[in-house]
Design a protein around this ligand. Structure first.
Ligand SMILES: Cc1cc2nc3c(=O)[nH]c(=O)nc-3n(C[C@H](O)[C@H](O)[C@H](O)COP(=O)(O)O)c2cc1C
Ligand SMILES: [Fe+2]
Ligand SMILES: [Fe+2]
Length: 388
């Protein structure tokens, strides 16, 4: 179990979810996910976000235990997505004197999601506003479109804690021991990836704060080496490649394009590519493929032609990349077709809708199965890609 102690007056009250099938009905989470929530105990008591409806009872019981008979004065709502906001109404009904703290964009969303009247109980904050709880004081920093319009983060001055909303979040329950970077990167690009510019502005504001600890809404509390995590976020949100390397992503019906992709991986390695990752777009995790596309500097796309177009899992992959604002990468294309190969043209068309994608001039076009002449073409394409 990850260390969830924060301090004597700030307690973790979140919950792990290890039996959810797909997070946001889309992402496989083999090690689950945590819905983090915190309570600050001072002269006034503040709860920092709620949790998903799936963990309501566990969260309420954690909260009750932390309160030891006290009441809640404030609920701070930093994000309205239901994995954090589902229990606003429950809490507001349980503590009728509790005030709800959000910004101008938060309250209309509360009215959309719930049938609740918060008049006289709403505290509307804006950039730089503060809320004193006694010896603790929260300062609110707006983070619009990271990745919803109402998102804000809170900085607690006395303990130098940044409550970072979904920022610095990670898939994986807190009782899992696994590398932070891989699952935080998969989370980042798939959930926040489109909004790099907005993350950059938040990072600029955060640079002015003296931060000792980051408390996100998913994944472990970050206490040490904060420069490492902030550095990763800076790389990711500026769309710079994190590692020199190549992702080979293939879409194959009967295995010939797969064979070509595997051969291409070997050729790239033989030519000195630092790292070559490969993914089967029909079978491997799509979110992991998206993550790797952003992670590496270069990519090879190999697809079978299907009904005059691209085999659908490749088309799906490219649409995912486009919607996540994929940019600033170099791409090599390989296609396969038994009578009229069209996949490369289709892939070029979608890549052309993205920013700053350099496509290799050479295209390898295979007719059904790889032959000696195709290998020579692949050698030439690998050379061009690595030189670009
Ligand atoms: C349902 C289906 C549709 C296909 N449509 C086309 C097509 O429009 N044009 C073409 O040249 N080949 C088409 N093909 C053939 C494949 O692109 C070709 O056989 C290629 O070898 C597939 O590579 P794979 O072994 O990696 O699946 C189609 C194959 C299937 C099964
Ligand atoms: Fe979210
Ligand atoms: Fe979330």
């Amino acid at each position: 179990m990850k260390d969830i102690t924060i301090s004597d007056s700030i307690l973790y009250i979140g919950a792990d979810d290890k039996d959810i099938d797909l997070f946001e009905s889309q992402y496989a989470v083999p090690n689950g996910v945590s819905y983090n929530s915190y309570v600050i105990l001072d002269e006034k008591v503040a709860v920092m976000d709620t949790v998903d409806a799936r963990r309501r009872d566990e969260w309420l019981s954690n909260l009750e235990q932390a309160l030891a008979g006290r009441k809640v004065d404030y609920l701070i709502v930093s994000h309205m997505e239901p994995d954090h906001a589902a229990n606003i109404q429950v809490l507001a009904e349980k503590y009728p004197e509790m005030k709800v703290v959000g910004n101008a964009k938060t309250f209309p969303m509360i009215s959309q999601f719930f049938d609740i009247d918060l008049s006289g109980r709403s505290v509307v904050v804006k950039e730089g506003d503060t809320l004193s709880l006694g010896s603790h004081e929260l300062a609110f920093v707006m983070a619009p479109m990271v990745h919803w319009p109402e998102v804000m983060v809170s900085y607690e001055k006395s303990e130098k804690i940044l409550f970072s909303a979904d920022g610095f979040g990670k898939f994986g329950a807190l009782d899992t021991e696994e590398d932070w970077t891989c699952e935080a990167r998969r989370y980042y690009f798939n959930i926040v990836g489109k909004y790099g510019a907005q993350v950059q502005s938040l990072l600029k504001k955060a640079a002015g704060l003296d931060i000792a600890m980051i408390c996100p809404l998913h994944g472990p509390i970050l206490k040490e080496d904060l420069g490492y995590y902030i550095g990763k976020y800076n790389t990711w949100s500026s769309y710079q490649p994190e590692d020199e390397g190549v992702l080979v992503a293939y879409a194959s019906i009967h295995g010939n394009t797969r064979q070509a992709a595997i051969q291409m991986k070997g050729i790239l390695e033989a030519k000195g590519a630092k790292k070559v990752a490969i993914t089967d777009l029909s079978r491997d995790d799509m979110a992991e493929a998206v993550e790797d596309a952003f992670r590496y500097s270069k990519m090879v796309l190999a697809a079978a032609t299907y009904d005059g177009g691209i085999f659908p899992c490749m088309e799906d992959f490219l649409h995912h990349l486009k919607s996540k604002n994929f940019q600033k990468r170099t791409v090599a294309l390989m296609e396969n077709g038994s009578w009229a190969p069209m996949a490369a043209k289709g892939m070029k068309g979608i890549l052309g809708q993205m920013k700053e994608i350099a496509i290799c001039d050479k295209v390898v076009s295979i007719k059904s199965a790889v032959k000696g002449a195709d290998v020579a073409e692949m050698e030439a394409l690998a050379g061009e890609l690595l030189a670009k």
